[in-house]
Ligand binder design. Sequence first.
Ligand code: GAL
Length: 436
Amino acid sequence: MKSRLVIALAALALLAAACGDDEAAETTAAPGTTAGPTETTAPGPAGSVEVFSWWTAGGEAEGLEAMLGVFAATYPEFSFENAAVAGGAGTNARAVLATRLSANDPPDSWQGHAGQELIGTYVAAGQLEPLNFLYDEEGWLDVMPDTLIPLMSQDGQIYSVPVNIHRANVLWYDPDVLSDAGVDVPTSWDDFFAAAETLQGVGITPLAMGEQWTSMHLFETVLLGTMGADAYSGLWDGSNDWSGADVAAAIETFAEALEVTNSDASTLSWDQAAQLVVDGDAAFTIMGDWAEGFFKAQGLEPGPGFGWAPSPGTDGIFQFLSDSFVLPRGAPNRDGAIAWLKVAGSKAGQDAFNPIKGSIPARTDGDRGLYDAYLQSAMDDWMSDTVVGSLTHGVVANDNWKSEIDSAIGLFLADGDADAFQDALVDACASAGPCS
Ligand code: GAL
């Protein structure tokens, strides 16, 4: 009975989200600004729950709003404070969060990434409560994928609740621009550069890119697409050497790809870069599938409105990440945080959030009928492809290692010195990663 009630409330929440686009849009903030905390539901007798994320762009804000609908309907005794800080990949939000944590002022729950970001950063710092009791109570071990649990665990303790699976290695494109230019969807980087030449000949930017983290995102997909899944994964566990010829070749391809991006990339957010594709000014962008949430929020339909393919060279490989929520030690409203986590881990919460967010449910029992053609293809690929983790979105490297790689990319973007870049990557693995 209870679960039927929750499903009915979820349906209502979905309807409310579908009708409430204007409201959702109001929570969208410009990059670098704070959308919250804002009390998004009426004050509840059991207090407010402050949930920290960076979901403020088109698609992600509306997805959060839809999950909030489930939360409000299921736990009316709590109000919800949306503490989202704008800025893709959490670049701004995670800095604000770090300041708050060092001041011993945690929000009740925050969005993090399953994998090394969680384990090597927050768990390592002793900032999180284990959640095994919730997994037992909610029966989550039966419905969360076996591949995910180890990425959220240490010493048998599970530290977060995954709400979704995102795919990082997606090449999005404008089908009309491609057919007008007579260009096919490229499957390799060689094909991509041939297509880029044709596109440039007709005045179209081949590849839309944004601020620096989106170039790290591009770099990780180039590493994967040029060296393959095993060699790529080996870079993160120390079994492949960063000084090798395969990394040198990837850097060369990365440099060539940067040449065919928009000249104002450093001033654009990821969604402003995706907008270049929406407007037909650029043919392609390589971005995680939150871009599909963004395209849909612009009124485009998967298929006619936008196309997708694995980023060049990555057919059969699913480079994943997972947004997950945590329970900090010292959460001001611990009961409220637990209520939020229950919704984030529930079928109703995930099926309200993910179809709008552009991700697939972390749970294995999501209702496939609620997901569009792109997301159904992602569900199939997640089950059948070789799965590897994302760097930019917290799976394969902890914050220290990632930040050293980020600095190396920043220098490379400025000076284009490939040898120095590779040396810096070797050093980053030696100082912060598994290489010795
Ligand atoms: C990722 C996050 C996604 C999406 C994206 C753009 O790091 O996992 O959920 O928010 O950043 O902001």
